[in-house]
Design a protein around this ligand. Structure first.
Ligand code: NAP
Ligand code: HSE
Length: 430
């Protein structure tokens, strides 16, 4: 067997400790699959005295994570610190510049600096691998970049944030409030260091930007992703969705059409009959549509030490075997420059919930706004009776353009019979 591959791990939290432990517990089978042993030789973290369940004896310890890149006894750097700036970025840049392969779980770093990092990796001829960065243990990167590489991919979509899926699931099943379930998700280690990244859709947008770059061989473009989170999803909408035969999911959806590429993250209503509607809890799912393969859905755990370690170790085995792919699936010079389409151009069906005064003529006022915007109604639901008080009116529309819907929403919000900001959720058939 060849010389062992020596790994330096920066960050010994959920991901880093998970990787160190998996490399130890499955050492024999990993060595046979990699063609040589993969061993951790050096680590970096902030607090040397913290018990992480990882034996540190015999490993070199670095206070300064960036120093791992210069350690001659480290062949590959695993970055598991997190954050798009600071030590994580400095370490990845230093390692690539030194000609060392890097494996990272850091979607924020890749989404924001992925263009420059991919260019540096290509210039140095080294691997920049990131299977764990999107959908944790689901091999979504490998599926898009290698598995579907013979296809033209029209759409890639998915449940990309376990924290949001967990919150939406628990609100529905246990009837809990948003804040209560968020606290649980944080305790379980699903949420990002700043949970706003999860609930405001940013984490899912980081991941979608990466998937879109791979699916369409286009440089990663996080700033082109339209992002909305789940803070405004209420128990009423969750119950209404069920009554209408839908389920609410935070989805990331990237599409390549005639005019260009669109990427958006927002809450969606998906039909109960769609397989993705039944992906619950912390589970993630990635759906890809290729011209040859058709629709494929991958489902699995998107967060946690085991699933992320599974993905990082798979990248390490590829490196040990010298299996190398360009970062975005094609060399920099061959990447596409298809234009980005603005959200205003999106076409789809919509769910609207208005809290209106229960008085005669209100429905006529509401439907007049939709008529003037040339938006066609598909269904309308109003239940209960509370004269002079607020009652929910729920409408679903046929397909129309986002710009028309947003204009109609502003006019609806301004009606004196509409008592709260209207709720809008896009309907998606996946
Ligand atoms: P975490 O549990 O908070 O661990 C972060 C680690 O980085 C800690 O061990 C911390 O040290 C260390 N660290 C922080 N600043 C450092 C510095 N300046 N130098 C050296 N080490 C430093 O985070 P995580 O959940 O493992 O996430 C790590 C990365 O993986 C992030 O990019 C995250 O988005 C991504 N990711 C996480 C998951 C998941 O399920 N958690 C899934 C997919 C991707 P101390 O322990 O000493 O404080
Ligand atoms: N905070 C992320 C999530 C972790 O909830 O999905 C995995 O990337």
């Amino acid at each position: 067997m060849s010389k062992p591959l020596a790994i330096g791990i920066a960050g010994l939290g959920t991901v880093g400790a998970g990787v160190a432990n998996l490399l130890r517990s499955n050492a024999g089978l990993i060595a046979s699959r990699a063609g040589r042993p993969i061993v951790v030789t050096a680590v970096s973290s902030r607090d040397r005295n913290k018990d992480r369940g990882v034996p540190l004896a015999g490993l070199r310890w670095y206070e300064d994570a960036v120093a791992l890149a210069a350690d001659p006894g480290v062949d590959v750097v695993v970055e598991a610190i997190g954050g798009s700036e600071g030590p994580a970025r400095a370490l990845v840049e230093a390692a690539l510049a030194a000609g060392k392969p890097v494996v990272t779980a850091n979607k924020a770093l890749l989404a924001i600096h992925g263009r420059a990092l991919a260019a540096l990796a290509e210039q140095k001829g080294v691997t920049l691998a990131f299977e764990a960065a999107v959908a944790g243990g689901i091999p979504a990167i490998k599926a898009l970049r290698e598995g579907f590489s013979g296809n033209q991919i029209r759409r890639v979509a998915g449940i990309l944030n376990g924290t949001c899926n967990y919150i939406l699931t628990e609100m529905r099943i246990r009837g809990l409030q948003f804040a209560e379930v968020l606290r649980e998700a944080q305790k379980l280690g699903y949420a990002e260091a700043d949970p706003a990244f999860d609930i405001d859709g940013i984490d899912a947008a980081h991941k979608l930007a990466i998937l879109a770059a791979l699916a369409f061989n286009r440089p990663v473009a996080f700033d082109e992703v339209h992002v909305e989170g789940i803070r405004e999803i209420s128990a009423v909408d969750i119950a209404m969705a069920e009554a209408l035969g839908f389920r609410i999911k935070l989805l990331g959806i990237a599409e390549h059409g005639e005019g260009g590429v669109s990427a958006r993250v927002h809450p969606c209503m998906v039909p109960l009959s769609a397989p993705i509607a039944r992906v619950d809890g912390v589970f993630n799912a990635v759906v890809a549509e290729g011209d040859a393969v058709g629709r494929v859905m991958l489902e699995g755990r998107g967060a946690g030490g085991g699933p992320t370690a599974s993905a990082v170790v798979a990248d390490l085995i590829d490196i040990a075997r010298d299996r190398h792919s360009p970062v975005w699936g094609a060399e920099q010079s061959a990447l596409s420059h298809a234009p980005a389409l603005p959200m205003q151009r999106h076409r789809g069906a919509y769910y609207l919930r208005l809290m209106v005064l229960d008085r005669p003529g209100v429905i006529a006022d509401v439907t007049a706004v939709l008529r003037d915007a040339a938006i066609s109604l598909e269904s309308m639901l109003q239940r209960g009776r509370a004269p002079g008080e607020a009652v929910p009116v729920v409408l679903t529309t046929h397909e129309c353009e986002e710009a028309a819907m947003q204009a109609a929403m502003s006019r609806l919000a301004a009606l004196d019979c509409v008592l709260e900001k209207p709720a809008l959720i896009r309907i998606e058939a996946l």
